[in-house]
Write a protein that binds this ligand. Sequence first.
Ligand SMILES: Cc1cc2nc3c(=O)[nH]c(=O)nc-3n(C[C@H](O)[C@H](O)[C@H](O)COP(=O)(O)O)c2cc1C
Length: 258
Amino acid sequence: MKTNPVIETMLGHKSIRKFTDQTPSDEVVRIIVRAGQQAPFASQYYSVLLSRNRKRNPWKAPILFTICVDSHKFELIMTRRNWKLKTNDLTLLFFGIQDAALMAENMVVAGRSLGLGSCFLGSAMFRAEKIAKEYDLPTRVFPLVQLAMGYPAEDPPERPRYPMEFTLFEDKYAKLSQNTISKAMKQMDEGYLAQDYYRNARAKIHLEGNRKETFTYDNYSWTEHICRKWGQWYPEPKELLEQLEKRGFNIAKKRKTA
Ligand SMILES: Cc1cc2nc3c(=O)[nH]c(=O)nc-3n(C[C@H](O)[C@H](O)[C@H](O)COP(=O)(O)O)c2cc1C
C-alpha cells in the first residue's frame, strides 16, 4: 500500500488513556489548535476550551480540550451586521457538530504527529450545563465532546475496524448478505478478543431486564458491547434535550422571527 508520513500518522492512531508527567508546551498547544482550526468548516461554529488542571482532568491528562458548538460568537457577528438568526437550531446544530468534529479530529492527528496521544470523552453533552458553569459559558455555547491529551505513557495495539466492504459502497449501497455481516462482526470481535480488551478494561456492560448473562470475558467483545449500549441506554431524548435547552438551543421549534 502507498504510504507517507500523514497516512502513517493516521493509520497509527490509537486512543491514549495514560499520560507521562511531561507538560505540552504552549507552542505545542497552539499548533494543535491552529491545525484544528484549519479543518474545513461550514461556519466555524465552534470554540475550544482548555484546562491544564491535571489533578481534575480525566486520566490526569495534562491537557483537556472541550470542543463546543458555538452559536454565541456567530450571533455577535450577525448583530454587528444587523441580522438575526432565521435558521432553526436543529439545522445549525447539525452543521455545528460537523464543524466541531472535523476540528477535533484535526487536533487528534496534529497531536499525534507531534508525539502526543489523546482520547475523546463522549459524556460532555450530558454534562453540558455543569461544564458551562465551570467555564462561565455564555448561552448558545454547547459542550459537545472532550479530548484529553498528553504524552503517552502506554502503547496499546491499534483497535480493529470494519472491513472495507462493510464501509465503502460505490455507486449503490450494497445488499449486505449474512456472510458479509458475519465477516464484519468477526473482524471486530476477534480483533478485540485477541487484545483481551474488555477483560483488561473490565468493561462488560451490565444486562438490564430479563436477559441472562451468558458471556464471559472469553467471548464478550465489541459487537455485544455496542449492542448492549444502544440496546439499553437512553431510550428518551429527554436528558440531552434538557441540556440543549438549558444552553439556549431548541431543536424542535421553528425560530420566531420579528
Ligand atoms: C465521540 C467519542 C466519544 C468517546 N468517548 C469515550 C469515553 O468516554 N471514554 C473512553 O475511554 N473512550 C472514548 N472514546 C474513544 C473510543 O472508545 C475509541 O476511539 C474507540 O474505542 C476506538 O479505539 P481507538 O481510538 O484506540 O482506535 C470516544 C470516541 C469518540 C469518537
